[in-house]
Design a binder for this molecule. Structure first.
Ligand SMILES: *[C@@H]1O[C@H](CO)[C@@H](O)[C@H](O)[C@H]1NC(C)=O
Ligand SMILES: *[C@@H]1O[C@H](CO)[C@@H](O)[C@H](O)[C@H]1NC(C)=O
Ligand SMILES: *[C@@H]1O[C@H](CO)[C@@H](O)[C@H](O)[C@H]1NC(C)=O
Ligand SMILES: *[C@@H]1O[C@H](CO)[C@@H](O)[C@H](O)[C@H]1NC(C)=O
Ligand SMILES: *[C@@H]1O[C@H](CO)[C@@H](O)[C@H](O)[C@H]1NC(C)=O
Ligand SMILES: *[C@@H]1O[C@H](CO)[C@@H](O)[C@H](O)[C@H]1NC(C)=O
Ligand SMILES: *[C@@H]1O[C@H](CO)[C@@H](O)[C@H](O)[C@H]1NC(C)=O
Ligand SMILES: *[C@@H]1O[C@H](CO)[C@@H](O)[C@H](O)[C@H]1NC(C)=O
Length: 472
């Protein structure tokens, strides 16, 4: 008490504002958290980002990043003990210069002259280089190869930009049906990677088919039209690569994706994809997805309009780490989402579409990455989300059991004060707990160890933070 009185006395005497350390503030009662491994939900796929549209060239040295820092940036993102990302979303090019078909065959039965020069300096060769480096730091890297459009010659608008439909789907009205041609094109892209020893794990034919930008690769599709194409693509993929997953449809928002899935299902196509992929731009994942049992994955989001921001929590805007932790929580818990991808990985520039900003040979890591790490360093691909509940609304808790029985319990404290936690464990054999903290001054760093007594342990979480408890 004496030291407290001195503290207040000093602050009053000098008429200066002295923030009261949160440890002296009257505390709320402890939050009861219950983790129950008997109640199980979705299997996790991981977190990731993309080097599409040539930005992978910056990460592979085109704007002054030295070879040592190229490795360090990629390691920071993809190493299990750093950023913990495990998914790389590569764009399959669609123009005569960035795609694999320099010129169009005259009919669907003509020869398709595919070419790919990964050693040339094209956008795709940079993605290839980035893929190789990411594999160095995560040998189990999950590569999602996704097309924004079919080649112009397969489409109603005869160009890979400006929307348009795949010739052959309902409403398309073209001389030829190019659906098989486009399906073969996508599979050929996977073959080019395979020939170089790289396994592509998931293939997508669409990017934001509910949106029609004039200036870059794009193609429209509703769910009915997706059925007409996927009924060609899906068997083509499974014949060539039984394990290669097929995605649909990278819609602009969760609600937009649900609309497409509804139409696809109505048309009889609900078994023609393996993963429902969606972006978080236009609408949030407030409820489960209407898949036929397939997992869903958030495959692109960023604060596209804003300037670079690397903060954890200053004003609670989209750009900040704490907000991303909560967005991910909502997706995992409310929509059973299996993973979450940021838009770009890194770029030399001043925008906020990236996790790491490059500036010639220096780089700055956004604390958004530590929100990803709080989940994906510890809830590894193949882990299963298990039930977790907190007794108050402003503590967000989720839990994930890895294949070997270790458990990750990310706890976000949204309150502006510290909370004590009583964490009760059901159905686990955990004995030892390590806590990793992300907040304004910690980058997902190890801050403490706890022992499990019986089947519970006590801990505390600082204000506006994310603490991941890792249980062994
Ligand atoms: C990289 O970023 C720096 C700082 O924003 C800028 O001066 C430089 O021109 C950029 N380099 C390239 C190749 O874009
Ligand atoms: C195939 O494409 C390559 C590169 O685009 C070109 O150099 C070659 O001449 C083409 N071959 C044929 C038979 O058209
Ligand atoms: C790039 O690789 C291709 C084979 O994949 C080869 O034919 C071509 O000569 C190479 N180009 C350069 C510039 O090394
Ligand atoms: C389909 O194309 C033909 C020939 O270009 C045209 O006459 C016809 O009006 C088109 N139909 C529709 C529904 O667009
Ligand atoms: C990040 O964004 C917040 C909220 O807009 C702002 O207060 C903060 O100054 C920004 N930080 C940087 C480094 O831009
Ligand atoms: C970029 O970095 C290199 C190596 O550190 C240096 O030689 C060059 O002057 C830098 N360029 C700019 C524009 O800062
Ligand atoms: C955390 O990362 C930021 C960059 O995002 C860096 O400026 C800061 O020094 C790091 N802090 C610690 C404690 O590592
Ligand atoms: C259990 O699995 C996790 C996730 O793959 C891994 O990080 C950890 O080292 C494993 N622990 C043991 C004891 O094998």
């Amino acid at each position: 008490m004496k030291s407290l009185a001195l503290l207040f006395g000093a602050s009053l005497a000098s008429s200066q504002y002295v923030p009261i350390p949160w440890s002296y503030v009257q505390k709320e009662p402890p939050v009861e958290i219950t983790v129950n491994a008997h109640t199980r939900f979705q299997t996790m796929m991981g977190g990731g980002c993309s080097g599409a549209f040539g930005v992978a060239c910056d990460q592979t040295g085109a704007s002054g990043l030295s070879p040592a820092n190229q490795d360090l940036v990629t390691q920071t993102l993809f190493d299990e003990n750093l950023g913990g990302l495990s998914i790389l979303r590569n764009r399959i090019g669609s123009s005569p210069t960035d795609g694999i078909l320099g010129s169009c065959p005259s009919t669907p039965s003509s020869h398709f002259n595919y070419t790919w020069f990964p050693n040339a300096s094209t956008a795709d060769s940079c993605q290839y280089k980035l893929t190789q480096t990411a594999l160095k730091y995560n040998p189990d890297l999950f590569i999602y190869a996704d097309a924004w459009s079919a080649s112009g010659c397969f489409k109603t608008d005869a160009t890979d930009i400006n929307g348009g439909l795949i010739c052959g789907v309902r409403g398309s009205n073209c001389t030829h049906d190019w659906r098989q041609g486009y399906a073969d094109y996508l599979v050929q892209y996977v073959k080019f990677y395979e020939e170089r020893g790289i396994k592509v794990s998931m293939l997508g034919a669409y990017n934001e088919p509910d949106f029609n930008p004039v200036t870059y690769a794009s193609m429209e599709s509703d769910g009915y039209q997706a059925k007409d194409f996927l009924e060609v693509l899906y068997p083509t993929v499974k014949k060539a690569y039984p394990d290669l997953k097929v995605s649909c449809c990278d819609a602009t928002g969760a609600r937009q994706e649900r609309n497409i899935l509804y139409e696809l299902g109505s048309a009889g196509g609900d078994k023609l994809y393996d993963v429902a992929t969606w972006h978080n731009y236009q609408s949030n994942p407030e409820r489960p997805f209407n898949t036929a049992g397939q997992p869903n994955l958030q495959t692109e989001w960023a604060d596209g309009s804003g300037p670079w921001n690397d903060t954890w929590d200053t004003t609670g805007q989209l750009a900040e780490g704490l907000q991303w932790a909560m967005y991910m929580h909502n997706a995992f818990v409310n929509s059973d989402t299996s993973g979450y991808l940021h838009w770009w990985c890194s770029q030399n520039g001043s925008g906020d579409g990236v996790l790491i900003r490059l500036d010639n040979d220096s780089f700055d890591v956004s604390r958004r990455l530590w929100a990803f790490a709080g989940y994906f360093r510890f809830a590894r691909p193949g882990s299963v989300r298990i039930d977790a509940k907190a007794s108050v609304e402003n503590v967000y808790v989720s839990a994930f059991e890895n294949k070997n029985g270790t458990i990750a319990v990310p706890v976000i404290n949204e309150a502006h004060f510290e909370y004590d936690l009583d964490i009760n464990l059901i159905g686990t054999k955990a004995k030892k707990v390590s806590a990793y903290l992300a907040d304004n001054t910690h980058n997902n760093s190890l801050v403490g160890h706890y022992a499990v007594h019986g089947s519970s342990f006590k801990a505390s979480v600082p204000p506006r933070s994310m603490t991941t408890f890792y249980l062994e």
